[in-house]
Ligand binder design. Structure first.
Ligand code: 4AZ
Length: 840
């Protein structure tokens, strides 16, 4: 395989991959006077005497003495070499752990950019860099931090779309005692900002930083990584590949691939003025482990500045190409891998594209119907951190405007920030959310003004909405029903047992359908093929394995044939012609059957062999369930935030009965939270966890996987299931049990669940007792709600402990993630799971 050796690689496992120029250091130790070369050895004089002796003829004595001298000299030399090497490795070369690195940028206004600034060895660059450096030195040298300030380095001078020169710099502080926690970004940038003198008269953002005209609004200073400092701050670094897009729309290739050695590879991309950069990736191969070993960072700057991080990829993308856009004419990519073995690859190209303004006015002429598409800026690229788009629509009465989104929805904005863009529609504010179904947003006005603002910590996936005018008094055609998601479905689809609206709004306030047992007309989904004989003549359970059109309530065999039998998976009867429904059914078996959580009881050892306790930094935090040899299922909310989503502090305890006595423990290799997890309402509250070490078959059989339900699987209301965990035994106070607790709970009707809580999505379900008493509580989150199949007797992971109003309160049952809804998602990610578990 062809290997690109442009970027720095290291094959030695002990090498620090971040150090491009490992010899360069801001290390403060004074090495003067310890050089062995400077010392004169008195033995040299002795040696010369012996040599003299030799010359005067006593040859035998001379020979032995000579040999001794040689041996002694060699010994001395070896000692000197060892001492020097140890000194070099442990003292001189060791990283300066007391150094803190800050990466930043600002724009110098009123200074004309000249092409020579692009070359770091040009006199023009050196002159300008020296000037800026002196200013920074002066500012920090006279600041509160003067004693800690070590140096600044100008790593780039670039042109930019606002005029002047954009300066990218590093500032290094040396803090003798790190206990003084000096990583205060705001303090460091405040020093710079406070030193700028602005004029109250001019009212511009340009002020003077010791004579340098600096744009106040452009200042960014963030804590940076030492490895990034060494990779980018020094002129002789060979790990940065600089590429420039000379012409608009002409792609410039970006390729790097290697199978050996660690990687610390950086691309600095620039484009011509008045343009931005579109980066298109066609391949990315890195180890998916939450960026512990491998990562690709894309920055909206020419240096790795954290707040300018456009995207952080910890794994490859689901499909290619994917593209990202910058806000200015520079972009920086950082590809890192700590793995010595295995392929690391990035393929793609970038191009200069004109910077655009996104303002549109769309008018309906002579009452004509409006129709078309609106998209996020730079569609289909991920939209950048800062962008905005406005549209003004004018229809005529009685028409309003409908926006049909593919995988996106708008919800009224609360106090929280919007992570996927915010919208202002006729003066009302909304947040955008990514979801996995269609929605239609109706605006009942003939004059519509829409502003979309990009927001979030990362670049977000593009959206497209089809707009059309609609009759305000009748949003859906005759014979159609308006879902709460805004979609129009046929009236016949209402109360048919299938979630056609995607939010179950077509399945609420439905009376129990009548049993029609003596006609040839098909049975209602509620009765048909659910394993329960509702009709005396058994007609509701007939022909359940005949091939039918696939829907979300049919079971899909491996050969893509769908059957009506809902719980076909692993029930002990072959239902699919290809037998796929009974393949890979080594799950959901309990070795021992035994008879708390809130209102629960002690479980017996080995009773719930799929139960896992997840410990964070040594303490029990959440539960999980074993589904394969190396995968666990848990809740998404256990892993929220930077700290919790790092797999390293987590340990999974398997085969455990009393806390701390696990039969098997493993670190986590990967945490995969559902991409649509919504921290506001706990929708899509599910995560997959990959173990670093798969659990062993022996010596214990107390670890067993639970079966994952198929998409069609149905658990009837009132069915009794079990919730297990080491969570609190009471809502108040610290009452964590040491022995695993179990509680039998009932599946609660979705409408009842909704009447208790309001927003219950199709991906949630309730279980508990309406009297309260038995429930999951804090600490049980992520753990299983296990239900036993009537036919076949296997146990299925019907729910995952998610949330609820307190614990064990009457009329507030526990809310669980409905696992069957995620059958496809689980299968997509867990390659070890059989491909035959009936997902559609
Ligand atoms: C929790 O905080 C939690 N009663 C889990 C479940 C329930 C409430 C809280 C349900 O982990």
């Amino acid at each position: 395989m062809a290997e690109n050796k442009d970027c720095e690689q290291s094959t030695k496992p002990e090498d620090d991959p971040g150090v491009c120029v490992s010899e360069i250091s801001v290390y403060m130790n004074n090495v003067d006077g310890i050089s062995p070369v400077k010392r004169k050895s008195p033995r040299i004089t002795t040696k010369s005497k012996f040599l003299q002796k030799c010359r005067f003829g006593e040859m035998t004595e001379c020979f032995f003495i000579n040999k001794k001298i040689i041996l002694l000299t060699l010994l001395l030399l070896v000692i000197v070499i060892i001492t020097w090497t140890l000194l070099w490795v442990f003292v001189l070369r060791s990283p300066n752990n007391n150094a803190l690195y800050f990466a930043g940028l600002f724009r110098i206004a009123d200074v004309e950019f000249i092409p020579e600034y692009r070359r770091k060895d040009s006199p023009e660059f050196l002159y300008m860099a020296d000037r800026v450096q002196q200013v920074i030195n002066n500012v920090y040298g006279k600041s509160l931090f003067s004693k800690l300030y070590k140096q600044s380095t100008i790593s780039d001078l670039s042109d930019n779309n606002y005029g002047g020169v954009l300066v990218h710099f590093w500032i290094v502080f040396v803090v003798p005692n790190m206990k003084t926690l000096f990583a205060c970004e705001d303090c460091v940038s405040a020093v710079l900002k406070d030193s700028i003198q602005t004029s109250l008269v001019n009212r511009t953002s340009i002020g003077y930083l010791l004579g340098l005209p600096v744009d106040m609004d452009s200042i960014v200073v963030n804590v940076g990584l030492r490895s990034d400092y060494f990779a980018t701050a020094t002129t002789d670094s060979n790990s940065v590949i600089a590429k420039h897009a000379e012409q608009s729309g002409v792609p410039v290739a970006l390729n790097f691939s290697t199978s050996t050695g660690r990687v610390n590879c950086h691309f600095k991309l620039t484009s011509l003025l008045g343009h931005i950069i579109r980066l298109s990736l066609t391949a990315l191969q890195i180890e998916p482990d939450n960026c512990v070993t491998d990562s690709l960072h894309i920055y909206d700057s020419l240096m790795p500045i954290r707040s300018r991080n456009l995207y952080r990829a910890c794994e490859s993308f689901g499909s290619f190409p994917v593209s990202f856009v910058s806000t200015g004419n520079g972009m920086f990519l950082s590809l890192k891998s700590l793995r010595v073995h295995g392929k690391k690859e990035i393929k793609g190209y970038f191009e200069a594209i004109p910077k655009k303004k996104f303002e549109n006015t769309i008018l309906s002429m002579d009452g004509m119907r409006l129709e078309g598409n609106i998209t996020s800026p730079y569609y289909p690229s991920y939209y950048p951190l800062k962008c905005s788009s406005t549209w003004i629509f004018k229809t005529s009465t009685p028409f309003g405007l409908a926006l049909k989104f593919q995988n996106y929805t708008l919800k009224e904005k609360g106090f929280e920030p919007c992570d996927h863009g915010w919208w202002k529609i006729n003066e009302k504010m909304y947040c955008g959310y990514q979801i996995d179904y269609q929605t239609v947003f109706h605006i009942a006005n003939f004059l519509v003004s829409i502003t979309f603002q990009c927001s979030g910590k990362q670049s977000s996936k593009a959206f497209l909405a089809e707009y059309s005018s609609y009759n305000i008094s009748q949003p859906c055609p005759n014979g159609y029903y308006v879902c709460s998601t805004g979609l129009c479905i046929r009236q016949s689809q209402r109360c048919d047992g299938s979630d056609d609206c995607f939010d179950e709004s077509d399945e609420v306030f439905c009376s129990l359908p009548p049993k029609v047992c003596n006609t040839s007309s098909p049975h209602h989904h509620y009765f048909s093929c659910d394993g329960v004989k509702d009709c005396e003549n058994g007609t509701d359970e007939l022909n359940c394995t005949d091939s039918v059109p696939c829907t979300n309530i049919t079971y899909k065999c491996k050969n893509n044939v769908c059957i009506q039998k809902k719980n076909a998976k692993c029930d002990g009867t072959i239902d699919c012609l290809d037998g796929s429904d009974e393949m890979s059914c080594d799950c959901g078996n309990k070795i021992r059957h035994g008879s708390r959580i809130v209102g629960g009881s002690n479980a017996k050892d080995g009773e719930w062999p799929w139960q896992v306790s997840l410990h964070f930094s040594g303490s029990p935090y959440c539960g999980a369930s074993v589904i394969t040899k190396e995968w666990l299922l848990s809740a998404g909310h256990c892993f929220q935030g930077e700290k919790m989503s790092d797999p390293r502090p987590w340990i999974a305890h398997l085969g455990m009965h009393t806390q701390g006595n696990a039969k098997f423990k493993s670190e986590l290799k990967r945490i995969l939270v559902h991409e649509y997890y919504n921290g506001r309402n706990f929708d899509y509250d599910i995560s997959l966890l990959k173990l670093k070490t798969p659990w062993p078959d022996r010596p214990t059989a107390t670890i067993q996987p639970i079966c994952v339900p198929s998409l069609a699987q149905m658990v009837p209301n009132g069915e009794r299931c079990w919730v297990t965990g080491w969570g609190q035994k009471q809502e108040r106070g610290n009452s964590d049990p040491t022995v695993l607790q179990q509680a039998e709970v009932e599946i609660i009707n979705q409408s009842l669940c909704r009447s208790a809580y309001g927003l219950i999505t199709p991906r949630m379900m309730c279980a508990g007792l309406l009297s309260g008493k038995r429930d999951a509580c804090r600490g049980d989150s992520g753990g299983p709600l296990s239900c036993q199949e009537k036919v076949g007797g296997r146990w299925f992971l019907t729910g995952i402990v998610s949330w609820g109003h307190g614990c064990g309160r009457p009329h507030f049952p526990g809310v669980y993630t409905r696992v069957s809804k995620f059958a496809t998602w689980i299968q997509q990610h867990v390659s070890a799971l059989p491909k035959t578990d009936g997902v559609t």
